[in-house]
Write a protein that binds this ligand. Structure first.
Ligand SMILES: NC(=O)c1ccc[n+]([C@@H]2O[C@H](COP(=O)([O-])OP(=O)(O)OC[C@H]3O[C@@H](n4cnc5c(N)ncnc54)[C@H](OP(=O)(O)O)[C@@H]3O)[C@@H](O)[C@H]2O)c1
Length: 315
């Protein structure tokens, strides 16, 4: 099979097209004929720091998520059959990643593609969708009427978290950057928007919630995140997935700082599917690259200012 893999660490140019054996699924695994793979900052990180995962032997096929069609199942797998349309998030996947024509993944990390999504869209939302819904429901336990700042709402996770927050009846102040970023997050349903690089976050938050917002869900860190945290009410809470850096400064009056990792699992995908279907989720894809241009796809990710998601089209 064709796969985009690295034989050493380095810049995007170390990602080259390889011909590798099709992985053989173990008893509890599913072989997926990949249609679309997600491309994200953590893929860039693994290109430069492959030692961050256990299964990092070269040639290392990059890619932690994607969607496609089940091509084979291990003998213990009951939830899937050949031909099912599926999507998956598998960090440190035992047989290499999703930038490939085939990937073998533990079945526990696979879900059926929800109604209403194409394989291209499903390939864009496995990791980001799980991260978004788990931030809203599990980390922050938001309910209707709560007020929330989503910091970095224009990116892969933020653009979905914004829609899930609205689905739960939350009032959202979205930060993004540039006129295009602000227009984008308004279009996804934000109640109020502010430029998180140049605007006055605190003033925008006071206009939404004069006594302070209930929560912050952050997909960008640094000084601008400090401004979001200042906008919290006493006892408010902050959540962000590991990877957002730098961490906000500890404060006495903040009830909870919740760091989390996205978790794949049968129930997790079921809940994500229900939310995607109920929200009639829009999946903004800024650009799609062919597998042979995985290096260009990562370059685009590194350049930043992406409205939504970058994906690789495999077949
Ligand atoms: N641990 C986990 O399980 C997990 C899972 C998923 C994601 N993550 C982490 O979550 C973070 C977000 O991931 P992602 O894929 O959504 O990244 P992304 O697509 O790069 O999104 C981040 C967004 O933040 C925006 N941003 C940055 N600084 C800003 C500012 N000052 N004001 C307003 N917007 C700002 C960027 O927009 P501009 O460039 O246009 O300003 C970008 O759209 C990453 O750190 C990732 O590592 C962790």
């Amino acid at each position: 099979m064709k796969a985009a893999a690295i034989d050493r660490t380095g810049g995007p140019e170390v990602i080259t097209l390889h011909t590798l054996p099709v992985p053989k699924p173990a008893a509890d695994e599913v072989l997926i004929a990949v249609h679309t793979a997600g491309v994200a900052s953590w893929d860039v990180y693994l290109r430069t720091h492959p030692q961050a995962i256990k299964h990092s032997a070269f040639p290392l096929v990059l890619g932690t998520d994607g969607a496609g069609t089940v091509a084979a199942v291990g003998e213990k797998v009951k939830r899937f059959k050949v031909g099912d349309q599926v999507y998956s998030y598998s960090w440190d996947n035992p047989h290499g990643g999703f930038y490939a024509e085939y990937v073998a993944v533990p079945a526990e990390r696979v879900g059926h593609v929800p109604q209403g999504l194409t394989l291209q869209q499903a390939g864009a939302v496995a990791t980001t969708g799980l991260t978004a819904i788990q931030g809203i429901d599990d980390a922050l336990r938001l309910k209707a009427g709560d007020t929330l700042i989503i910091h970095g709402a224009s990116g892969g996770v933020g653009s979905l978290a914004l829609q899930f927050a609205k689905l739960r009846g939350v009032k959202v102040l979205a930060t993004a950057s540039g006129e295009d970023g602000l227009t984008f997050v308004k279009g996804l349903g934000a109640d109020a928007v502010v430029d998180g690089r140049k605007g006055n976050i605190l003033a925008a938050a006071r206009a939404v919630a004069p006594a302070g917002v209930d929560a912050v869900l952050a997909f960008a860190g640094g000084d601008s995140l400090e401004r979001c945290v200042e906008a919290l009410r006493a006892g408010g809470r902050i959540a962000y997935p590991y990877g957002v850096k730098p961490d906000p400064r500890p404060r006495d009056d903040t009830a909870a700082v919740i760091r989390y990792n996205a978790v794949p699992g049968p129930q997790e995908f079921e809940r994500l599917n229900r939310a995607i279907e109920a929200a009639k989720l829009r999946v903004p894809i800024e650009a799609e690259f062919p597998l042979a241009q995985a290096d260009k796809a990562q370059e685009r990710v590194e350049a930043g200012h992406i409205l939504g998601k970058i994906v690789l089209r495999i077949r």
